[in-house]
Design a protein around this ligand. Structure first.
Ligand code: COA
Ligand code: AMP
Length: 645
């Protein structure tokens, strides 16, 4: 199948991608040392990868650019101002809710982040301290991230759609000195007040931040706690605190922690370093996304997710691009034409979002009529990631937009695409259902259950041979034992992505979905355990299982099966409704748990493990083999009919 400017065929051999990919694996030190030239260092790296030093330290994952020093903030801002880009727009806030537009030039972003950095320091934040950011899609989120980077503090951004329990878990894990938040976020149906959520989280958390800095937005004025809370306006008042200069940090120091859903109910804090991250992102913006300084990027995600960290904030700014901070939905704010309005208004070259957003636009505007009349000549490509891109959506977008639709596969842990068509290196044909070829630095292998490599087109576990390239996780906040026991445990020498898939004879990757209990809702990642922890907290629920089932819009939606306690008196429908509300209150509405069924029992193995995968496959209309270890087959048979509804 081919559409618009997309085609298929094998042209990987002998091209720029193949050469770069091979070199990156054969001589990673030389490849990444060369890439490191795009970064301004304080102390230049002499080695990119030093296996002996890594082995001596016993690090579970490699440290890149040991011995080198830099400032990520300097690379994102100051050096562009020095080079004459001070008046160029760095961030354009496009609020689809309010109609507001606000531009911060590189010089203004530098000024504001330096002043906030000074203020954070005055509030006691030192190099290495954590600052938790619980913010909506406003430019202040970018200012705050860069302010932390400026003084070597570690930012921990929490997605604004997470409710109290998730926020509390991240507060306790990160132990921030300061929390930076806003009075509210905006959603199509409501204004979300952040302070009550933060107070509820702090009431549950054991750790208490010394201070909270609160951005008062016009829609809501938050109540502040005297002595603890200060407003954004007062801390940034000229003269309030001396602006901070960039602090020199080691390339291996942590820049940020971003929590994601692991295999347990507890969030896993992915740690990203300064040096490897800066090099990898600057490289990827140019070679995978084909962007140059001055280009405009609109990544319709959220700063709370890894896509937002990498391609709303750091990637575009490291490369001297203009980033459009889109506060809104692809549809309904006010209509399915708002993204095209933004493309025209800001001259967007690359639009990046999730497949769900395209499916939502298509459902409302099947002929893309709302794009007519908007000049989209600046648009060079649409990038999609976060979940599987179905061939039908890919073809529709390509036909209607007339630009390449570039699927790219990655995860919070990797920080940048594992596989992507490298448009800045070489125009490779795109294949439907495939995020194209592995990015340089990634040695993708498909392994069977015994750890043997399978042949082209055969399915297995998608794994990455170590070392992972720069910019990927360097560890998990609080310790790497979990990493050792999970992603690095199954196959020695490989990182297990948790995705199943295949690689074809042309080297194109196919990602079929998670092999673990991660539920991917509209490109947002939740673990079954995280959702089950909220469900089981209901006093009438004795046992539960949450599985992600296929959904035409969101890719997957969670579905819960619950067994009630013997003492439960409320009618099952009432408990089900309360469970739905509980998940909204504990995890967040964004988890989109809408379907809860009360059942008599859950199917389990003889060792007591719930057969989630079998449940999911039956709900998706498949006919999986029943595991021989099942304890009581009749329990599963009794659920078949219900699951298919
Ligand atoms: N703060 C508070 N609540 C939030 C939130 C936030 N930042 N983000 C989402 N929510 C809430 C929504 O208000 C909604 O609540 P409701 O059930 O009371 O209506 C719920 O969480 C589900 O959110 P969402 O999935 O955004 O549903 P929607 O109906 O508002 O929009 C889509 C549907 C398809 C437009 C939307 O899911 C979408 O844009 N998806 C693309 C996702 C994306 O860009 N992912 C990026 C990952 S790379
Ligand atoms: P997250 O860490 O939230 O970014 O989620 C990562 C997971 O999303 C991956 O492990 C995949 O399961 C899924 N994912 C991301 N991008 C793609 C893609 N292009 N195709 C298929 N699945 C994807």
């Amino acid at each position: 199948m081919t559409t618009g400017s997309q085609g298929t065929g094998s042209v990987t051999a002998g091209g720029a991608w193949e050469a770069a990919h091979r070199r990156s694996l054969e001589d990673p030190d030389a490849f990444w040392l060369e890439a490191a030239r795009s970064i301004s260092w304080i102390r230049r790296p002499t080695r990119a990868l030093d296996p002996a030093a890594n082995a001596a330290e016993g690090a579970v994952l490699p440290r890149w650019f040991r011995g080198a020093t830099l400032s990520t903030a300097y690379n994102c801002l100051d050096r562009h101002v020095v080079a004459g880009r001070g008046d160029q727009a760095a961030v354009v806030h496009h609020s689809a809710y309010t109609g507001e537009r606000r531009t911060l030039t590189y010089a203004e972003l530098l000024d504001q982040s330096a002043r906030l950095a000074g203020a954070l320091r005055a509030l006691g934040v030192d190099r290495g301290d954590r600052v938790l950011l619980y913010l909506p899609m406003v430019p202040e989120a970018v200012v705050a991230m860069l302010a932390c980077a400026r003084i070597g503090a570690v930012h921990v951004v929490v997605f604004g759609g997470f409710a109290a329990a998730e926020l509390a878990a991240r507060v306790d894990d990160a132990q921030p000195v300061v929390v930076v938040t806003a009075s509210c976020g905006l959603e199509p149906s409501r204004v979300v007040e952040y302070m009550p959520l933060l107070e509820a989280a702090l009431a549950r958390a054991e750790h208490a931040p010394a201070h909270c800095v609160v951005l008062q937005r016009p829609q809501v004025t938050a109540d502040l706690v005297p002595g603890r809370d200060l407003t954004w306006a007062e801390v940034l008042r000229p003269g309030a605190a001396p602006p901070a200069e960039c602090v020199e940090v080691a390339a291996t120091d942590p820049l940020y922690v971003l929590h994601t859903s692991g295999t347990t109910g507890r969030p896993k804090g992915v740690v990203r370093d300064h040096g490897g991250h800066a090099v990898a992102l600057a490289w990827s913006v140019r070679h995978l996304f084909g962007l140059e300084a001055g280009d405009v990027v609109l990544t319709a995600s959220d700063v709370g997710w890894v896509v937002g960290h990498s391609y709303i904030v750091y990637g575009p700014l490291l490369a001297g691009c203009t980033t459009v901070l889109y506060e809104g939905k692809p549809v309904g704010t006010p209509d399915a034409g708002e993204l095209w309005r933004a493309v025209e208004e800001h001259g967007v070259a690359v639009l990046f979002t999730a497949p769900t957003a395209v499916r939502a636009v298509r459902a409302r505007d099947p002929e893309l009529a709302l794009a007519e009349g908007h000049d989209r000549s600046s648009l060079r490509a649409l990038y999609l990631a976060g979940e599987r891109l179905d061939p039908d959506t890919w073809a529709w977008a390509g036909e209607h937009l007339g630009v390449p639709v570039v699927d790219n596969w990655w995860q919070t842990e990797t920080g940048w695409p594992i596989a992507c068509s490298p448009r800045g290196l070489q125009e490779l044909p795109l294949k439907p259902g495939s995020p194209s070829v592995p990015s340089p630095g990634y040695d993708v292998r498909v392994l069977d259950a015994a750890g043997r490599e399978v042949g082209p087109g055969e399915e297995g576990a998608l794994c990455l041979r170590l070392p992972l390239p720069p910019g990927t996780l360097v560890g998990v906040w609080g310790g790497d034992d979990g990493l050792r026991a999970s992603a690095l445990a199954a196959f020695p020498g490989s990182y297990v992505t948790g995705d199943g898939g295949s690689v074809d004879e042309d080297g194109y990757v196919r990602v079929l979905g998670r092999t673990d209990d991660v539920v991917n809702v509209a490109g947002h990642r939740f673990s079954a355990g995280q959702l089950e922890a909220a469900v089981i907290g209901h006093p009438d629920v004795a046992e539960c299982a949450v599985v992600g089932v296929a959904d035409a819009l969101r890719g997957q939606e969670p579905r819960a099966l619950v067994v009630l306690t013997t003492t439960a008196t409320a009618p099952p429908q009432e408990v089900a409704a309360q469970v739905v509300q509980r998940v909204r209150d504990e995890v967040g509405a964004v988890a989109s748990l809408r379907r809860v069924d009360v059942v008599a029992a859950l199917p389990k193995t003889r060792s007591g493990k719930v057969l989630r995968r079998t449940l999911r496959e039956i709900a998706d209309g498949l006919d999986p083999a029943v595991p021989s270890t099942i304890e009581d087959r009749s329990v599963l048979e009794g659920l078949r009919h219900l699951l298919r509804r």
